[in-house]
Design a binder for this molecule. Structure first.
Ligand code: SPD
Length: 280
């Protein structure tokens, strides 16, 4: 069987993958969850018709979300991951030996279930004793967590539509700032500065109302059809280029994409972005 699976985003773009097999389809209270096998990217997790991650290119996204924060935060002992149900983000977090506990709060148990069964090369750290996996609402978890109880917070959500929408609100970011240690780091996926530019700039503006230092950075995420993807490093005082050399050396020995030069280059702002951020 071969057919095309088209991701239609906000009724404005269409990106298609040839599918050779449907492996999983289910509906939770929140979302429609699928795993399909594709010629191009291997197995792909799809939520509500939007491509989330794939076996063959997920490392770009997950390594770039995790390592810039994990090599710059003064401490990495207590990490919180909001979302990330496919397991790729916690896999990268738990590569860092300085992480003592990684709490992951995923709103949809079906995403974890489907990923554990069908994306076994993505989530390889489910049994790490440092992982504290909770199925629940990340917004509520952060609102109820103790102040200064995490050193790093990572947000690995969907696009800002559907159940993930509240994860892009100022109120949520204020709670993140509160639960972070004073020198803690928040990193999040922040959409495409090109295809979804208005959303990207809105995220930057909102973060700037909450954090003193807000630095978007860029890299490839081939599954998202956007050409260029962004993540953002936000904190009260941490320089995103002041990476701990020992941590960088250790992690770049095992990553597929991330290394010290990629780290530096990723924070270079294209002119259009720089100009636009000056007026934000
Ligand atoms: N356009 C899709 C953006 C999804 C970002 N999160 C993906 C989750 C991967 N762990």
């Amino acid at each position: 069987m071969t057919e095309w699976y088209d991701e239609v985003y906000r009724d404005r773009t269409r990106y298609g993958l040839r599918v050779t097999r449907r492996l999983f389809e289910g509906r939770s209270d929140l979302q429609h969850v699928e795993v399909v096998e594709t010629e191009q990217w291997g197995r792909v997790l799809v939520i509500d018709g939007i491509f989330m991650t794939s076996e063959k290119e997920e490392h770009f996204y997950h390594e770039m979300l995790v390592h810039p924060a994990l090599v710059t935060a003064p401490s990495t002992a207590r990490v919180l991951v909001v979302g990330g149900g496919d397991g790729g983000t916690v896999r990268e977090v738990l590569r860092h030996p300085g992480v003592e506990r990684c709490t992951m709060v995923e709103i949809d148990g079906l995403v974890v279930e489907a990923s554990r069964a069908h994306l076994t090369t993505v989530g390889t750290a489910w049994d790490d004793p440092r992982l504290d996996l909770r199925i629940g609402d990340g917004i509520r978890f952060v609102a109820e967590a103790d102040s200064a109880s995490f050193d790093v917070v990572l947000l690995d959500g969907t696009d800002p539509v559907g159940p993930g929408e509240g994860l892009f609100d100022e109120a949520f970011y204020r709670h993140v700032a509160r639960v972070l240690a004073p020198d803690g780091v928040f990193a999040l996926q922040s959409e495409s500065p090109i295809v979804t530019a208005p959303v990207f700039y809105e995220i930057q503006e909102t973060l700037r109302r909450v954090f003193r230092r807000v630095h978007p950075y860029f890299g490839p995420a081939p599954l998202y059809s956007a050409g260029l993807w962004s993540w953002t490093h936000a904190s009260r005082s941490v320089d995103p280029l002041a990476a701990d050399p020992a941590r960088v050396e250790r992690i770049e020995a095992v990553t597929k994409h991330y290394n010290r030069a990629v780290h530096r280059a990723a924070f270079a702002l294209p002119n259009e972005v720089r100009r636009q951020l000056e007026v934000c």
